[in-house]
Design a protein around this ligand. Structure first.
Ligand SMILES: [Zn+2]
Length: 511
C-alpha cells in the first residue's frame, strides 16, 4: 500500500529524504527501512514494534536516495559492496535527534536501515518507565545496594536499554564514579564516563573492563554480558565492592539464572554477586482515547483467576481511532523483578534443581511473574489480554510448579461454565465473543484504574476531543502532543496531517 506518494520527478531527493525522516519521527517510528526490490525501493517505518509500508521509490531514484542517506550519515558513497555504519545528528524543532545508520549490500541493491534513537523514555526516570508500585520499590532497593550485579534481561527490542539508562540516571550523583562500557554508546549522559567498545582494535568488553577496574569506579555499566570472560569480570567486580549494572539476552528469571550458571563462573561467586534480575518484555499499549470494554470470555476469566486470583466480568479491548494503529498506541513494559534473597543465593551456590529454584523465586508471591504483571496491566486497561498472551511464552515461562496455570493458558482446563454444563467442550472455552463496548470500565482492587475518557464506552465512532484528558497520576498515559516538527537543515512544508488510518492494518508482526 502506497502511503505517501512523492513527486519524484519534481521534488528534490534531498527534500524527500528530510521529509521521510521527519515523518518517521512524527509517527514515533523507531526505525526506517529502505528495502531494495527488483522494481522499487520500499520505505517502511517500524512503529510500536511493527513494520508499516510508508512509500515506494521508483527504481530510477533508488540509487539517488540511498546515496543521499549515505552522504548525510557520513558513509563512503563509492563503496556499495561492503556493509557500512554511519550516524546522523540533527535537530527537530530544537530537539536533538540522533540516528544510527546501517547499509548492507543485498542482491537487489543496498538495504539501509536508520535507527532513530529516542532517549525521552529513559530521561523520564525510573519512576515513570512502567514499573508497578511493588516492582518499583524492589528496583529502588536493589539500586541502594553498594555492591553486586543487577541484570536487565529481555530479547532485542524489549526496552532493556531504556530501563538500564533510567537506573543509571538514578545512580548518577556527583559523589559517584560511574563508568560504562557499551557497544555502541546509545545515549550520552552527563556525569557518566562512557567507553565505546571497538573490537576491531582489540578494545573488547573484557579488555575495557580490565582497565576500568583501575579507574576507581563505584558503578560499572556493561552494555551486555555476551561471553564467559565478561561475565567473570562482572562477578569479580561485584564481589570487590562495585555495583555492576548490565543486560543479558534471556527471557525470564529462571532462564537467566540457568544461563549464568552455564557460564564459566564459580557458582558461589555468582550466588554472592547477584542482587537482582529484571526481566522485561513490551506489549502494545491500548490507545486511551478509544479503548473499549467487552465481556470477558470464560477462558479469560479462568486464566485471570488462576494467575492473579481476580474475578472479572469485563476486559478492556482495542477499538481504533485517528490517533492510533488498530486501537494501540505506544508500548507498555511487562516486568518480572526478582530480588535475590539468601535462599535463592544459596540455591544458586548449591546447584539446586530448576523446579526447586522456581518455587524459591515465585513461591509466596515473592516475585510477580511476567504473566501476572501483564494481566494486572491488562485488567487495568494499559494493554489487552490478547497482547499479554502474545508476549508470554508458554513453553519457557512455565514449569512443573505451575502446570495448572499452563493448562489454563492452553485452554485445557475446564472453565466454570464447562464444569456446570457437562456438554461444554474446550472449543467453547476459548471462543471470543463479539466486541460490545460495555458501559462501565473495569476497576480492580489492585491498582487504581486509569481514568477513562467518555468516548471509551460509547458505541459510536470516537470523535476528536477538543481537550485530551490526561490523568496526572498516570504519566504513562500522557499522549505526546503532535508537535509540528521541522528539520533545521532546510524548510519542510509538512502539508496535511497524516492519519494512522492510512497505514492499513496488514502490517507484519516480527515479535
Ligand atoms: Zn485510538
Amino acid at each position: 500500500m502506497v502511503f505517501k506518494e512523492y513527486d519524484y520527478d519534481n521534488q528534490p531527493i534531498v527534500e524527500i529524504v528530510n521529509e521521510i525522516m521527519a515523518d518517521a519521527v512524527r509517527n514515533r517510528a523507531s526505525d526506517i527501512h529502505f528495502d531494495p526490490t527488483p522494481d522499487k525501493l520500499k520505505v517502511r517505518f517500524r512503529i510500536d514494534g511493527d513494520l508499516v509500508d510508508y512509500a515506494y521509490v521508483p527504481n530510477a531514484f533508488k540509487k539517488n536516495m540511498t546515496t543521499r542517506i549515505k552522504i548525510i550519515s557520513g558513509m563512503n558513497i563509492t563503496e556499495s559492496r561492503l556493509p557500512q555504519d554511519g550516524a546522523i545528528k540533527t535537530e527537530l524543532e530544537g530537539k536533538p535527534l540522533d540516528m544510527r545508520v546501517s547499509a548492507l549490500p543485498i542482491v537487489d541493491g543496498e538495504k539501509v536501515v536508520i535507527r532513530i534513537l529516542d532517549y525521552s523514555t529513559s530521561l523520564q526516570g525510573i519512576d515513570n518507565i512502567g514499573f508497578s508500585d511493588v516492582n518499583l520499590e524492589k528496583v529502588k532497593r536493589m539500586l541502594d545496594v553498594p555492591n553486586g550485579i543487577i541484570l536487565t534481561t529481555g530479547a532485542t527490542g524489549s526496552g532493556k536499554s531504556t530501563t538500564t539508562y533510567a537506573m543509571l540516571q538514578r545512580l548518577n550523583v556527583p559523589e559517584t564514579n560511574i563508568i560504562t562500557v557499551e557497544d555502541p554508546v546509545e545515549m550520552k549522559i552527563e556525569g557518566l564516563n562512557q567507553v565505546q567498545v571497538m573490537a576491531e582494535i582489540g578494545l573488547t568488553f573484557a579488555a575495557a573492563l580490565r582497565s576500568i577496574l583501575r579507574q576507581d569506579p563505584d558503578v560499572i555499566m556493561i552494555g551486555e554480558i555476551r561471553d564467559n570472560e565478561t561475565a567473570r569480570i562482572a562477578v569479580r567486580s561485584a564481589i570487590t565492592g562495585h555495583l555492576v549494572v548490565s543486560t543479558i539476552h534471556t527471557n525470564n528469571t529462571l532462564n537467566t539464572i540457568e544461563r549464568l550458571t552455564d557460564m564459566d563462573i564459580e557458582r558461589y561467586l555468582l550466588g554472592t554477586a547477584l542482587v537482582g534480575l529484571i526481566s522485561q518484555r513490551l506489549a502494545k499499549k491500548l490507545c486511551p482515547k478509544c479503548r473499549g470494554s467487552r465481556p470477558a470470555t470464560e477462558y479469560e476469566k479462568l486464566v485471570i483467576k488462576k494467575a492473579i486470583n481476580l474475578d472479572i466480568d469485563n476486559l478492556y479491548t482495542p477499538v481504533g481511532c485517528d490517533d492510533c494503529l488498530g486501537g494501540y498506541r505506544g508500548r507498555v513494559p511487562i516486568h518480572e523483578v526478582c530480588e535475590l534473597d539468601q535462599d535463592i543465593k544459596d540455591a544458586i551456590t548449591n546447584s539446586t534443581p530448576k523446579e526447586k529454584l522456581r518455587s524459591l523465586v515465585y513461591g509466596n508471591g515473592k516475585t510477580i511473574s511476567l504473566l501476572q504483571d501483564g494481566l494486572k496491566k491488562a485488567v487495568n486497561g494499559l494493554t489487552s489480554f490478547e497482547e499479554i498472551l502474545r508476549v508470554i511464552d508458554i513453553e519457557t515461562d512455565f514449569g512443573d510448579g505451575d502446570e495448572e496455570l499452563r493448562m489454563a493458558l492452553l485452554g485445557k482446563l475446564p472453565t466454570k461454565s464447562a464444569e456446570e454444563n457437562e456438554e461444554g467442550n474446550e472449543e467453547a472455552a476459548t471462543e471470543t465473543p463479539a466486541v460490545t463496548p460495555a458501559p462501565e470500565p473495569v476497576t480492580t482492587p489492585i491498582e487504581k484504574a486509569p481514568e477513562t475518557t467518555p468516548t471509551a464506552s460509547t458505541p459510536e465512532p470516537p470523535k476528536p476531543e477538543p481537550v485530551r484528558k490526561v490523568d496526572p497520576n498516570n504519566p504513562e498515559y500522557e499522549i505526546p502532543t503532535e508537535d509540528k516538527l521541522s528539520f533545521n537543515q532546510s524548510d519542510i512544508n509538512f502539508g496535511e496531517e497524516m492519519s494512522y488510518d492510512d497505514f492499513g492494518d496488514d502490517y507484519e508482526d516480527d515479535y
